[in-house]
Design a protein around this ligand. Structure first.
Ligand code: SF4
Length: 70
């Protein structure tokens, strides 16, 4: 599964790390990044992280997390 981040839409609410603690981290300003690839805005994630990613995708208030339809 591919996950895209749109940091310009992120309002630093912190919800995605609660929902997907193994996937997301934040910059010093609280803007979302991928924990394992902070410089990337797109990441292919493992099966094990899909449920976390979907939860964050569905609940991010600004749609800063995008999962393209397969
Ligand atoms: S849930 Fe969305 S707006 Fe909130 S920190 Fe995560 S990416 Fe940013």
């Amino acid at each position: 599964m591919i996950v895209n981040l749109l940091p310009e839409k992120c309002i630093a609410c912190g919800l995605c790390q609660v929902l997907a603690p193994d996937l997301f981290d934040y910059t010093d300003d609280g803007i979302v990044i991928f924990t394992e690839a902070p410089a990337q805005h797109q990441l292919t994630i493992s099966e094990a992280l899909k449920a976390q990613a979907m939860a964050a995708y569905k609940q991010c208030p600004t749609r800063a997390i995008v999962i393209p339809k397969p």
